[in-house]
Design a protein around this ligand. Structure first.
Ligand SMILES: Nc1ncnc2c1ncn2[C@@H]1O[C@H](COP(=O)(O)OP(=O)(O)OP(=O)(O)O)[C@@H](O)[C@H]1O
Ligand SMILES: [Mg+2]
Length: 272
């Protein structure tokens, strides 16, 4: 359901609608033993679109991310990225396809500095020596310097250059989250997957993150999972609601907010 016809004050959808979707999930099913974590799930994200994937705990949101990233093989259905159907996708092919994700939480390597963490994403892309990056062997090659320059530039864009040489664990949580975002963005993805980017952040940090992601949405397609409803409603062009592994609603934030099935799914959970 597109949000054409939505009131002007709702989040404006991008004009570009003709290009192949950045992401197209078709009829995806995933079972863990007897549990259907995903059941017939379809959704798409257009270039330049910010789509929010919401739903109660255990609805299947992270599982869907894991399918898109090739971490979980779907039992049925297909994934197409920029119009290319990807079957048997391996996680290390993601960057080549223009896909980057952040993990639920932070997920930085604890024994690497912030800038080295960001560089690991570039090593994957350049098929360089990931091991030398991980164990911190001396590196002097020009390409290594170039990766460092790119990683520092990304940290600068996110306003955290000053922590480049610090270990992540020593930093405040919001800065760690920005560092993990830098690691995703440094690959210049066309499709960015964010799993709970606002979790654990203060209201002020969440507002700043909203502006940041809004800016990213002009350059790439964004699919984000988030429990923080104000953040999602204010930021996303479109929402898809999962419950017990099924899409129970989709549409503009206003359409979804007032959908009776969504209200039922969230009964007992906070919907602000
Ligand atoms: N590797 C796994 N093995 C078995 N069951 C799993 C596995 N991963 C997820 N599940 C189950 O699949 C369902 C969906 O889980 P998922 O983590 O995708 O939910 P979610 O919507 O991301 O929840 P949350 O909001 O709590 O992060 C849950 O019932 C979960 O327990
Ligand atoms: Mg999750």
């Amino acid at each position: 359901m597109a949000n054409t016809g939505a009131p002007a004050e709702t989040n404006a959808a991008p004009a570009e609608t003709r290009a192949a979707p950045a992401l197209e999930v078709s009829n995806v099913g995933v079972r863990f033993g007897g549990l259907a974590a995903l059941d017939g799930v379809s959704l798409s994200v257009a270039p330049g679109e910010i789509v929010g994937l919401i739903g109660p705990n255990g609805a299947g949101k992270t599982t869907l991310f894991n399918v898109v990233c090739g971490f979980v093989r779907p039992d049925e259905g297909t994934i197409a990225i920029a119009g290319r159907t990807v079957s048997r996708l391996r996680p290390n092919q993601l960057i080549g396809l223009g896909v980057a994700r952040t993990l639920q939480g932070v997920g930085l390597w604890p024994h690497l500095s912030v800038v080295e963490n960001v560089m690991t994403a570039l090593h994957t892309r350049s098929k360089g020596d990931v091991v030398s990056a991980l164990v911190g062997l001396p590196r002097s090659s020009r390409s290594e310097q170039e990766l460092r320059r790119q990683a520092l530039a990304e940290l600068g864009r996110l306003g955290i250059s000053e922590v480049a040489d610090r270990l992540p664990g020593a930093l405040p949580y919001p800065v760690q989250k920005l560092a993990s975002l830098a690691r995703a963005l440094v690959t210049r993805p066309r499709l960015l997957l964010l799993d709970e980017p606002a979790s654990g952040l203060s209201e002020a940090d969440i507002e700043a993150l909203g502006h940041l992601v809004q800016g990213l949405g002009e350059e790439m397609a964004v699919l984000l999972v988030e429990h923080h409803m104000d953040f999602v409603m204010g930021l996303c062009h479109r929402l898809v609601v999962l419950d017990f592994g099924k899409v129970i609603a989709s549409g503009s934030p206003d359409e979804v907010r007032t959908d009776p099935a969504v209200m039922r799914a969230y009964l007992g959970e906070e919907v602000s």
